[in-house]
Write a protein that binds this ligand. Structure first.
Ligand SMILES: [Zn+2]
Length: 308
């Protein structure tokens, strides 16, 4: 049985927005078809959990709405509904991480929020759920090392910056759009960010197909083991590399992204590393396409871990 952490409170009501908040509920609904997935409600993270990663001024701004510029630095309008929702989504990440340590694999129907920084939000990402969860598990003595494997279309700039001051984190980002100062860049032939010893990135060229992607992943995956085998992989399974996504210059369809997920689960299995995944970006106007990519990640897990 695979646990998928979901709470109806994940979706803050922020009105019409490019970020399809309702997709999390749609994925939960679709997963009810699988008798090997159990939906579980997580507890929220605490303010103390957030403060291990984010500065008090920023945490207060998101809680109270003031100063407004900081409270809206992730680029959507602040509302009082935001605070309980971000505590719950962080809780989803943490619950999945903890469950993976016990069972080998787990998922949370949340985004990882990989553009979020210590002192501000960016690119629809309020708090960095991946690093908040990792810090909570490290402080509790549940993990010593963690690897964050980011396969969202966009470069995980926030996670990389937070990793830079945390030698026990390894962040690997395989991306088709670079990301810098709230701006995505389709041209990845020029790197706009600096990699470090424990945060490494691999661009997927424009028009990238399955063979290109799998070849680049072969190159990238060994870096998950940088500094020693991690106790946990947090996998950011973005749906936005999909070829019909308005942001994607890549040529990857449903089956290609499922092959991506299978390769990652096979890697985790081969090295006996627990893995927890989150859903991340996906902006195809027909949300059912985004949902299909996310549901396929569950099927890929099933293919690798529970083949018939
Ligand atoms: Zn993205």
């Amino acid at each position: 049985m695979l646990k998928a952490f979901y709470h109806p409170g994940f979706a803050a009501d922020i009105g019409q927005h490019v970020m399809p908040m309702h997709k999390f509920g749609m994925v939960a609904e679709a997963l009810r078809a699988f008798d090997w997935v159990e939906l579980v409600e997580p507890a929220p993270v605490t303010e103390v959990d957030l403060l291990r990663v984010h500065v008090p001024e920023y945490v207060n701004a998101v809680r109270t709405g003031a100063p407004r510029l900081l409270a809206e630095s992730q680029k959507f309008p602040w509302s009082p509904a935001l605070w309980p929702s971000v505590l719950l989504t962080g809780g989803g990440c943490l619950a999945a991480g903890r469950d993976a340590l016990l069972t080998g694999a787990s998922a949370a129907l949340v985004s990882g929020f990989h553009h979020s920084h210590a002192s501000n939000g960016e690119g629809f990402c309020t708090f960095n759920g991946l690093v908040v969860a990792a810090e909570a598990m490290r402080v509790a003595g549940e993990i010593c090392r963690v690897a964050i494997l980011d396969m969202d279309l966009h470069y995980g700039n926030g996670t990389a910056r937070l990793a830079a001051t945390r030698p026990w984190v390894t962040a690997v980002s395989v991306y088709g759009n670079d990301y810098c100062n709230n701006t995505p860049f389709r041209d990845v032939s020029v790197k706009r960010h600096v990699d470090g010893e424990n945060h490494i990135s691999f661009p997927l060229p424009s028009g990238c197909d399955r063979a290109d992607m799998l070849r680049i992943m072969e190159e990238a995956l060994p870096f998950v083991l940088t500094g020693g085998r991690p106790d946990l992989i947090l996998y950011q399974a973005g749906a936005d590399p999909f070829r019909e996504d308005p942001y994607s210059p890549l040529d990857l369809d449903y089956e290609d992204l499922k092959a991506r997920d299978r390769m990652i689960f096979a890697f985790a299995r081969q090295h006996s590393i627990p893995i927890a995944w989150v859903l991340a970006g996906g902006y195809t106007p027909d949300t059912s396409c985004v949902v299909r990519v996310h549901v396929n990640t569950f099927m890929a897990w099933h293919d690798v871990f529970e083949p018939e």
